[in-house]
Design a protein around this ligand. Sequence first.
Ligand code: SF4
Length: 541
Amino acid sequence: MPPSVKRKRGEGQWALGYHEPLNKNEENKKNDDGLNVRQRIIDVYSKAGFDSIDPADLRGRFRWFGLYTQRRPGIDGGKTGSLPDEELDDRYFMLRVRIDGGQLSPAQLRTIADIANRYARGTADVTDRQNIQYHWIAIEDVPAIWEALESVGLSTMEACGDTPRVIIGCPLAGIAEDEVIDGTPQIHDVHDRYIGTKEFSNLPRKFKSAISGCTAHCTVHEINDVAFVGTVNAEGVAGYQAFVGGGLSTNPMFAKSLGVFVKPEQVHEVWKAIISVFRDYGYRRLRHRARIKFLVNDWGAERFREVVEKEYLGYALPDGPEPAAPLPRRDHVGIHPQKDGNFYVGFAPRVGRVNGDLLNVIADLAEEYGSGRVRTTAEQKMVILDVPEERTRALADALAEHDLQVNPSTFRRQTMACTGIEFCKLAIVETKQRGMDLIEELEKRLPDFDQPLSININGCPNACARIQVADIGLKGQLVVDDNGAQVEGFQIHLGGRLGTTFGKKVRGLKTTADGLADYVERVVRTYDEQRGDGESFAEWV
Ligand code: SF4
């Protein structure tokens, strides 16, 4: 090879023969499958305690069962990234329960609530992927928690880690008057066939799926690794369009449509083909390039589809129509009719924060006023199903007594916050309490503002609360205040819109955390004064 010709460096793709691990994470996965840690937790770690845990399990394989060490209390954001793990790690865990499709029976909700009160100091947050997240979990209690969850058909398996994580779905699947198709059978199909199998327990990185026929596109398919979105083909048959390669974080990309039509009964095999392409061709050399979006971006949708069809499916999919445009608000808050004549009641806990007692109250109300069925949403909200029309108002009043509002202000309805410094080891700033305080402040200062406007708050440059697709995205960082001191604050991104534009990072536009309410109030007031008829925030900005 002439010296001027450089050999292109491999990306660690298994399909191209790179089977030797090229980094520590890949090495750990090769040394032992993440799913094997379950038995060690039951047999060894839960009995011998925190200090007995092998570090490769503690900071690696535990994630395959939804467990992360949480941040040791009292360590400020300035130290994030500079302290060794041993100093940042608390001896307690965050534990994520996967709720595929966000669907909960009364028994499941009560079990989740009881675990929160018994083992998690009451903590329970509804995440923006329809999961429930606990904190303060001791390793000694994990087997009992699993037993309780499994007794009602729930689990924490592959809730985190380089795995196919929770499959999100519309909370109104099967009941919405206007849905294109009920995605529930397809969610079960994929879940029951592939979750927890070693076929897909060693992926290059996490893999987020969504399957839904919701006309509001509430599962935000644009930012999932794979998404099946309900559509109707030229013959009037309902099925799905497939999207691949969406994701946010530090290199945000919207998913690309494969341009196919997938019949409901084919979803599981198309999902399997797509995740197999990711497993085999995904980049494993650099972790920050390992999400499927980088592969899709390099290949393009056409080549990706060709590989799916020729190498994995063994047949070509027909072309299919794109789904109809989404509604302006994608949540399911408020009182709305179901197709069976009953009503659903969607309500807004502030930034997804609930607790064990509150979840028990919600289970009680769901049984008293409806059939008991409850759903979580991908916007950190919840929905009670099957309520007769004449009881909806009474249910709304009963929920309001617990600060769960059915007709919330825009701010309560559309503000999301990630876990932040309270528990997250990557965080630089506090988010949940700040989000709750911000909502309260804006409700006081702007009581009449009723336009759609999303405010998403992240505790670090990652994108767990989707700052890049919010109208006002707040990225936690340290900033310098008027006195020259480094304090908690936010870099501001403006005008993000799912599927269309990422919020613009306005150079130099930052606010201290203390000045946050003033800043947001100013922006919202100016928008409200200047906006044209029907002009959205993203268009105005
Ligand atoms: Fe933690 Fe950052 Fe994600 Fe927030 S955005 S939960 S601070 S990693």
